[in-house]
Design a protein around this ligand. Sequence first.
Ligand code: 5RP
Length: 233
Amino acid sequence: MSADELKRQAAARALELVRPGMRLGLGTGSTAKHFVDLLGRRVAEGLDVLCVATSEATQAQAVSLNIPMSTLDETPALDLTVDGADEIDPQLRLIKGGGAALLREKIVAAASARMVVIADDGKLVPTLGRFPLPIEVVPFGLEATRRAVATAIAASGAAGDIALRRRPDGGPLVTDGGHFILDARLGAIERPELLAQALNMVPGVVEHGLFIGLASGAILAGAGGLRLLGRIE
Ligand SMILES: O=C(CO)[C@H](O)[C@H](O)COP(=O)(O)O
């Protein structure tokens, strides 16, 4: 089975968690896209839900499927968010932001009673950090912020290169919030909580891709079937 088919299987299992009347957070990325697609089919059959998107891309997809959409200003408390992840460890700590949507993804997850992650099981790792950690920063003072981020990373005991994420045409990638992304190639993050705290203290850092204490469960699809971590129902 292809990675894409595995992602769709995980998305289909997450759809079983959706009940009529729920307020849902819709994640971003290729796995979340499957969930939104499957949700759109249920909505077309009459399912009543109200959703908040974590990116302009997901908003556009959901609107194209006639999924009723809201905002966190109108609907500040959500029942369930379903989103993908770049890495998941056994304690349900995540790296997110490969799709550059980490800021809205974290705000939406924090506004949700539950966040369930959907992914292929290749995303499950014993230690976070093989995937470069995305760090969203304001464009002003970029080099000073990059240096302060390097200092924060070193203080947490990690180390590695920090690169500005670029678009295919070479310009800096700009997030939905108008910010830049620094990708920190750390290899292994032995103390994610410490690193998260250190990054939170850096002026110019808007948010980082360490999601700690946000995911309540994960649905991981692999060749051997579905594997559930944490609380799913
Ligand atoms: O964090 C994200 C976007 O910011 C995505 O959830 C993450 O990159 C996983 O994407 P995919 O499902 O395409 O592998």
